[in-house]
Write a protein that binds this ligand. Structure first.
Ligand SMILES: [Zn+2]
Length: 81
């Protein structure tokens, strides 16, 4: 498997991608996340390290999944092929 693309996800999408957890989120948000995740495909993997903070950033750059441009945490993911 090779990394084909690196992308940044917001905290909500990161949680959904890793834990499959969208509980408590508004319906519109859940469908935006699910749509984004299915667009990104099944080979989406986390590329950040919580312990060292590597690959974890903050900023307003649009989330690659739900397209949210709200200021917040961004987690680095990669797609593999
Ligand atoms: Zn997002």
């Amino acid at each position: 498997m090779e990394v084909t693309k690196e992308l940044e996800l917001c905290n909500l999408c990161a949680l959904a991608a890793i834990n499959d957890d969208t509980s408590g989120l508004p319906e519109a948000m859940v469908s935006a996340i699910n749509e984004g995740l299915s667009r990104l495909g099944p080979h989406l993997v986390p590329s950040f390290d919580f312990d060292s903070g590597e690959g974890v950033g903050f900023g307003p750059q649009p989330c690659a999944c739900c397209n949210s441009a709200l200021w917040g945490a961004r987690y680095l993911f990669a797609t593999l092929a």
